[in-house]
Design a binder for this molecule. Structure first.
Ligand SMILES: Nc1ncnc2c1ncn2[C@@H]1O[C@H](COP(=O)(O)OP(=O)(O)OP(=O)(O)O)[C@@H](O)[C@H]1O
Length: 423
């Protein structure tokens, strides 16, 4: 019997897929490397070069991304996934009919034969796929799924070989972030690479790659652009445009006191341009803050980054007890964990405060718990620094209206912000 994901075939062993022996990430001059020593789940093995280099082999892309690629009946890809047992296995995802995508584990036995249904075994994974494609044999009787067209990796599928690490830039929630060189048909370019540690759970992996999925939808000069993901081996990578100026909050801490007011106004306006664009796309960012605005180019163009928490639902109720950035949260989020475009508007108000406070921590002197209590119970609001332009202070206060619907949209305040910059 063929085994689909979630129902392993009895008495068989699934193919454990792995890296090639060759190290794909070069150690750099200064010794930086993202080589993963904690790879417990993958082994050296069954991914032979014919498969690794095959256009239809998509590595560890999540089910959601796989399903989005399979449009017509018979479209299929080969990918890696985590089996119920926690082992990484190879599987074929195929559009079985107009509605459903089915996922079939490729099993192997002691004599290194590969099979989906024990009735037909082949000596390699590519032979197995060729057999099903050429003979149009269904992968299982129940699904009647047939392999017709192999779907190539999308343009955002990047090979690890094309990434050359230069140095560490920072620390992300899932792993380190590096400056790297990305070599593609277009030439060489400096990029930032967010990595994920190899021992991560399926849930963490999906979360990590969800950020990439969200970022792929956006294209705006004030939003950090994604170039692609590298998911063939560990560490998983999100490759994005590099903002050499680093995080805005660090820049403000260092230069805020001597920065011309005009530049601070520009930071506000550019962040609003990016956020206004996201608002139009119905994207709730959920983590707007100076630490998540990066600076790019010699003019320090502001770009919104870190889509790790973002979502494109109109209103989101999130009950998870994850670390939340309390000092940037709106009252309705603190109280009822409700996120919306309007809770981003609140956070934008806090960002405006950060900009004119030279990157200081919001609600100075208050703990997270005290901040929460003061906002929710006493409607406490921060005072803007004295030298904040009056129009900016007014906008920040509007963003902190207790009632989400009464807060302005970013698009509504954008013209006023731009006028201030042009003054
Ligand atoms: N595109 C980029 N260009 C330059 N530096 C970057 C880029 N992306 C991230 N960094 C650097 O890496 C750091 C960590 O990135 P980021 O905050 O996006 O990671 P994260 O996984 O979302 O972590 P957290 O959720 O804890 O903020 C940033 O503060 C910044 O210094």
């Amino acid at each position: 019997m063929a085994s689909t994901i979630g129902e392993p075939g009895k008495g068989t062993k699934s193919t454990q897929s792995g890296q090639s022996g060759a190290k794909k990430l070069k150690k750099t001059k200064d010794g930086a490397s993202v080589e993963d020593k904690n790879e417990t789940k993958d082994d050296e093995g069954s991914i032979t070069d014919d498969i690794r280099n095959a256009d239809f082999y998509h590595g560890l892309i999540p089910k959601t991304d796989a399903e989005a690629l399979l449009k017509k009946e018979g479209d299929f890809i080969l990918r890696k996934t985590e089996h119920n047992s926690g082992v990484i296995v190879l599987c074929i995802s195929v559009k079985a009919d107009a509605e459903k995508v089915k996922h079939f584990v490729i099993n192997t036995d002691a004599s290194k034969s590969y099979f989906i249904d024990a009735a037909h075994k082949e000596t390699s994974v590519s032979n197995l796929i060729n057999f099903y494609k050429a003979t149009k044999t269904p992968l299982s009787v129940a699904s009647q799924a047939k392999l017709k067209k192999a779907i190539e990796r999308p343009p955002w599928g990047i090979n690890h070989d094309a990434i050359f690490i230069i140095k560490k830039l920072g620390q992300g929630a899932f792993g380190d972030v590096y400056l790297a060189e990305y070599v593609s048909e277009k030439g060489r370019e400096k990029v930032a690479v967010k990595t994920m540690k190899g021992e991560a759970s399926r849930e963490a992996r999906n979360k990590f790659l969800k950020e990439a999925r969200m970022m792929r939808k956006y294209d705006h000069r004030n939003v950090v652009k994604i170039l692609g993901v590298a998911v063939h081996e560990h560490p998983l990578m999100i490759v994005m445009e590099c903002c050499e100026g680093g995080a805005m909050c660090s820049y403000l801490k260092k230069n805020g006191k001597t920065m011309p007011m005009k530049e601070k106004n520009r930071f506000v306006a550019e962040a609003a341009e990016g956020l206004g664009y996201l608002e139009k796309q119905q994207c709730i960012h959920r983590d707007i803050a100076a630490r998540n605005c990066l600076l790019s180019g010699k003019n320090n163009l502001v770009k919104i980054s870190d889509f790790g928490m973002s979502d494109d639902k109109a209103i989101l109720h999130d009950d998870t007890l994850e670390k939340v950035p309390v000092k940037w949260l709106a009252p309705e989020t603190l109280q009822d964990r409700i996120y919306s475009l309007k809770s981003d508007v609140w956070a934008f108000g806090v960002l405006v405060w950060e900009i004119y406070s030279n990157g200081a921590e919001p609600y100075p002197g208050l703990t997270r718990l005290q901040t929460r209590a003061k906002i929710v119970l006493t409607d406490y609001r921060m005072k803007m620094p004295d030298d904040t332009p009056a129009e900016m202070a007014k906008i920040a206060v509007q963003c902190w209206d207790k009632v989400p619907e009464k807060r302005p949209s970013i698009s509504a305040i954008l013209p006023d912000l731009k006028k201030l910059v042009d003054k």
